[in-house]
Design a protein around this ligand. Structure first.
Ligand code: FAD
Ligand code: A2P
Length: 274
């Protein structure tokens, strides 16, 4: 049994909540980004790509919860999350200090649109993400169904700097040798990371690299086509809006769980960014 620690970082609140999970590991990627793994409630079933509400006890003793994509796949024994650190953020100014053995609150009610069931069958799937928007795709890239359903999986991830790409880069790198899914992934997964504010071998916004055709030329792929291509989008509101326009320009239409079509979208966060 793991020792029960208070959920809040203030020693004053020693409460054990029914939805508490224990932190197993924490990795800091930059001064703005970290990831962590927690225990998974035995009863929690989710579809890769969905999000849940997680948080800590606030100073008033009430849960302070925020939406978080589950970054681990549905088959994983633990749950992984990839998080921003907002300096004055009510939750992340505290969450960034969690350590192994601490507890967080996790409401076991997964929801979301970035799921395979919300797309019509196709040959290629494009995962389009900025910043922490890669989190649902960290789950879907490790999901066997992704490779069973598609011949090609293209992960485009754009951040301002090279360091902000590192979580995704290491994850993609690790897939090759993954004993569970490595063989299934094979050479189906094409990773196209770019930066916009620091020199890198591939640069530019996802929207620009799609409209100019640069990504198709660089990867040796045919342009997007609504007959064969499906897409999932996760980034800031501005990014989502602009990339939706680009996808519509290629003839893809937005779908949902209730009405599967060619692409689906989810917000990576609410607000204008920091
Ligand atoms: P908040 O008061 O929630 O946010 C303050 C401001 O910080 C926001 O107005 C916004 O401008 C900025 N901000 C918040 N989150 C981000 C972010 N992720 N990237 C860049 N700027 C941000 N956040 C994650 O870090 N990882 C996730 O997997 C994740 N999944 C989400 C899924 C959904 C469906 C939604 C709606 C949000 C998700 N978020 C995710 C955002 C998350 O819910 C919180 O906003 C974030 O944890 C910051 O919480 P906070 O209380 O510290 O600050
Ligand atoms: P840029 O540096 O050109 O603004 P942020 O850190 O602001 O959330 O942005 C994350 C990444 O998403 C950055 O590389 C940023 O590029 C890019 N981005 C921001 N807004 C858009 C948009 N409307 N369309 C395409 N890419 C965007």
């Amino acid at each position: 049994m793991t020792e029960q620690k208070p959920v809040s970082d203030t020693a004053a609140t020693k409460v054990t909540l029914p939805d508490a999970q224990t932190v197993n590991s924490v990795t800091h990627w930059t001064d703005r980004l970290f990831s962590f793994r927690v225990t998974r409630p035995q009863s929690l079933r989710f579809r890769s790509g969905e999000f849940v509400m997680i948080g800590l006890l606030g100073e008033n003793g009430k849960p302070l919860l925020r939406a978080y994509s589950i970054a681990s796949p549905a088959w994983d024994e633990e749950l992984e999350f990839y998080s921003i650190k907002v300096p004055d953020g009510p939750l992340t100014s505290k969450l960034q200090h969690i350590q192994p053995g601490d507890q967080i609150i996790l409401r076991p009610k997964p929801v979301g649109t970035l799921v395979h069931d919300a797309l019509l069958p196709g040959k290629r799937v494009w995962f389009l993400a900025t910043g922490t928007g890669i989190a649902p795709f960290a789950s879907l890239m490790r999901e066997p169904e992704t490779y069973e359903k598609y011949d090609e999986v293209i992960m485009m991830h754009t951040c301002r700097t090279v360091a902000e790409l590192e979580y995704g880069r290491q994850l993609v790198e690790s897939l090759k040798d993954d004993p569970l899914i490595g063989e299934l992934v094979g050479d189906k997964l094409k990773y196209y990371p770019t930066t916009t504010r620091e020199e890198f071998h591939h640069m530019g916004r996802i929207t620009d690299n799609l409209t100019s055709g640069k990504v198709f030329a660089d990867l040796g792929l045919e342009p997007m086509n609504p007959e064969t291509d499906r897409a999932m989008v996760c980034g800031s509101l501005a990014f989502n809006k602009d990339v939706m326009e680009v996808l519509e320009g290629f003839g893809l239409r937005e779908g949902a769980n209730s009405e599967p079509r060619e692409y689906v979208v989810e917000k990576a966060f609410v607000g204008d960014g920091i």
